[in-house]
Design a protein around this ligand. Structure first.
Ligand code: C2E
Ligand code: MG
Ligand code: MG
Ligand code: MG
Length: 276
């Protein structure tokens, strides 16, 4: 009987796995269609100059709303897009949409805003990235100095090929930033080798900057070190006025977080820009 039970359990387990695989396959199919039919959308989260409080740019963030699945987190669908080989068309769509939006804001008179786009690690290391960025600049007419690429440090290995990608991008004149700085394993190695414009200190450190003296010391040290290496520092995930005041006091350059604005539609950004 025990054997039968085991067998049944196995059968059950196997069926569950198959269902999961089928479910997954379906979601992948939905995502493929969404990318092909451009059913994704972008929201934009303002970045402010911490000393003046004025908006200096925005970060484009992808959103996928599926009629049946509902809102899917970009953390999930970006990873899935990488797995099913759809990250390149996705990134291209994000870049073009974001740059076109940047042009619209410029035409509306909001000049010299910086448009930041996240580039997923695997795509960053792909030889296709530099030609893609070159093409996007040419096709959309965005000034290279108004386009910022955010990449997480975790994958930045300091092998010559990866460093060459950074150098080529710098030669194009785009701005580069290390996203989620401080939580990856190669923070210091990447700083030694990479010529980036911004470090974005991860929300992890900002979260308890008021409560934990060590967190405050770490942030303060990161700001000082970053400045010594001639990087500008952005704090991400600021949710309260007290955090903002503390970071301002620590000499941080830029800030981003729900305290200033959540990621919002292009229209809502226009309203924020008009009101400042
Ligand atoms: P990220 O680039 O580090 O973006 C910051 C994330 O933190 C965003 O989540 C943003 O909505 C959220 N956030 C910002 N301020 C606050 C705050 O004060 N409090 C809290 N709780 N959260 C805050 P989101 O939009 O869900 O994106 C998550 C991640 O997905 C991004 O992290 C980025 O790694 C990735 N992602 C989003 N869009 C794209 C894209 O178009 N391409 C690529 N490659 N990755 C993307
Ligand atoms: Mg980012
Ligand atoms: Mg980040
Ligand atoms: Mg993040």
């Amino acid at each position: 009987a025990a054997k039968d039970l085991g067998k049944n359990r196995y059968a059950f387990y196997k069926k569950e796995l198959t269902d999961k695989a089928e479910y997954r396959f379906k979601i992948e199919q939905y995502l493929r269609e969404a990318i092909e039919n451009q059913q994704l959308s972008l929201v934009y989260q303002p970045k402010v100059d911490i000393q003046t409080g004025s908006i200096i740019g925005v970060e484009a963030l992808s959103r996928w709303h599926h009629p049946v699945l509902g809102q899917v987190s970009p953390v999930d669908f970006i990873a899935m897009a990488e797995q099913i080989g759809m990250i390149k068309p996705l990134t291209e769509w994000v870049l073009k949409t974001a740059c076109n939006q940047a042009n619209l804001w410029k035409e509306a008179g909001f000049s010299s805003l910086i448009m930041a786009v996240n580039i997923s690690p695997s795509h960053f290391l792909d030889s296709d990235l530099v030609p893609l960025i070159t093409r996007v600049i040419k096709e959309t007419g965005i000034l290279p100095g108004e386009l910022e690429l955010e990449v997480t440090e975790g994958v930045i290995q300091t092998n010559p090929e990866n460093l060459a990608v950074f150098e080529h991008l710098k030669q194009l004149g785009v701005l580069l930033s290390i996203d989620d700085f401080g939580v990856g394993y190669s923070s210091f190695a990447s700083l030694k080798h990479l010529n980036v414009d911004y470090l974005k200190i991860d929300k992890y450190f900002i979260d308890d900057i008021l409560l934990d003296h060590k967190a405050k010391l770490l942030v303060s040290s990161m700001i000082e070190m970053g400045h010594n290496l001639e990087h500008k520092i952005t704090a991400e995930g600021i949710e309260s006025k007290e955090q903002y005041i503390m970071l301002k006091g620590l000499g941080c350059d830029y800030a981003q977080g729900y305290f200033f604005s959540k990621p919002v539609s292009a229209n809502d950004v226009s309203i924020l820009l008009e009101n400042q």
